[in-house]
Design a protein around this ligand. Sequence first.
Ligand SMILES: Cc1cc2nc3c(=O)[nH]c(=O)nc-3n(C[C@H](O)[C@H](O)[C@H](O)COP(=O)(O)OP(=O)(O)OC[C@H]3O[C@@H](n4cnc5c(N)ncnc54)[C@H](O)[C@@H]3O)c2cc1C
Length: 541
Amino acid sequence: MSSSKPDRERVDIAEIDVVVVGAGFAGCYMLHRVREMGLSVRAFETSSGVGGTWYWNRYPGARCDIESMEYSYQFSEELQQEWEWSERYSPQSEILAYINHVADRFDLRRDIQFETRVTSAHFDETGRRWHVVTDRGDELSAQFCIMATGCLSSTNTPDFPGLDAFEGDWVHTGDWPHEGVDFSGKRVGVIGTGSSGIQSIPLIALESDHLTVFQRTANYSVPANNRPMDPQVQAKVKADYRAFRQRNSEMPFGAFADVGRREESAVLATEEERAEHYDYWWIEGGLTFLASYGDLMFDADANATAASYVRGKIRELVDDPEVAEILIPDQVFGCKRLCADTGYFETFNRSNVDLVDVRKSPIEEITPTGLRTGDAEYALDVIVFATGFDAMTGALLGIDIRGRDGQTLGEKWSAGPRTYLGLGTAGFPNLFTITGPGSPSVLANMVPAIEQHVNWISDCIQYLRDAGLHEIEASIDAEDAWVDHVNEVANMTLFPGCNSWYLGANVPGKPRVFMPYIGFPMYVEKCEEVVAKNYEGFVTS
Ligand SMILES: Cc1cc2nc3c(=O)[nH]c(=O)nc-3n(C[C@H](O)[C@H](O)[C@H](O)COP(=O)(O)OP(=O)(O)OC[C@H]3O[C@@H](n4cnc5c(N)ncnc54)[C@H](O)[C@@H]3O)c2cc1C
């Protein structure tokens, strides 16, 4: 006799304590922490390995631009002592090897289900549990659902007409083929000149027959001055890694402590002092240039001095004055993510490289044999989309998440993300977001920012268990006040002053809301205060 039960009831639904979505830096450490707490946990990851960003972004030149001694975990003293970084800014392959080492060392893989995308997470108010479903048919019931889905994991590919009929190959830097891309003898087009474009363009130019770069917005970039790791520097940091981490945690971006906290004002310096100062930071290399004076992101006149210095450098580096003018940004310095490069501007002096200003003459369509702008057609064998991500909210909104009363996260965030501390959102009990919008996230050294969130979430779960409580949820009042505060802080700076992905401006139709919280130390203090006041601003039951 056939059963009359609906299919749903026949499914064996595993009951666990915690579901973790994603296995990058955030998901891996979260899994480790909850397992240490003795909770049952399952992590799901779309890709076939750990690493997140460093699994997906295998394009030539991909590397971190926060120094590796800082861009690494600190939760295990043994781990930070045993791992040796080979370069000041390690390449993608080395960071991926590191996170694989972490997965081996802490035996993480046994609780990660790879090649599995979480498609939905619905909160069951009666059972007070999250019902989680994957694209492979898994169904789980978990008390806590933790989103470690990444701020920069949902690739943004512009919807140009004709892409389907393109007869060559096309790739996105954020989903790079594992076997690599053979550019030899090829006519290549790179669309986009943000961080990924700026890192990959010099190497693609070397490998390809001809490279055309399609630029919509010129970006500021400073030399990375990457170099082999100085063993003495590495040994010095390791001799007191704890103090090094502490110093960095007190910095606005959670990094750069050992190059010094610079509080001087650019506007108060004389022209000669400024020139000497900027020369020093230009040669030193890296994103610390943004912190070379204390007022660069607060005072428009101060900012203009840095902008003018970098524009002058571009004019020096690029031989053809017309090309240099196209490469010179006109926006506020640093309000789009500052890039760090190795030979980017010099690449445009090569005879096999052309630059096309698509702000002047936009891309109209991809043709079977290349690409057509408003005034010309370009024959291409390979198109590289270095067009970035649907940042901070893309991966979260890619999952059908429903909280109380069946409200979807998409509905709740229709006018932009709303969270309390970037950790939780009202109406979605026991759902945590690691480096969610409203937290320092992409405006901090992200590995320490991730660890701080994972530690906070773990402590919170432990608190609930110890107190015999089942649920925690941001209160709407605390959330509203926090969103106002995030905006207030952003508006004290020059960061919201241009069409950046921090504001969602790179994705058509995305609400313009400044998403990251500026100021890592103040943020950490606030999180600690909330805990000290028994999770003030959250409702528990
Ligand atoms: C090229 C590049 C360079 C960067 N360099 C730096 C740097 O120098 N310094 C810095 O601080 N930050 C840098 N970042 C930011 C970087 O994203 C973070 O530092 C960090 O790696 C994020 O880790 P994560 O675990 O939070 O997210 P991710 O590494 O993005 O991992 C999230 C994972 O979740 C998975 N996932 C998403 N949705 C689902 C789903 N529905 N189901 C299952 N799995 C899912 C994804 O496949 C992904 O693997 C860089 C980013 C990029 C793209």
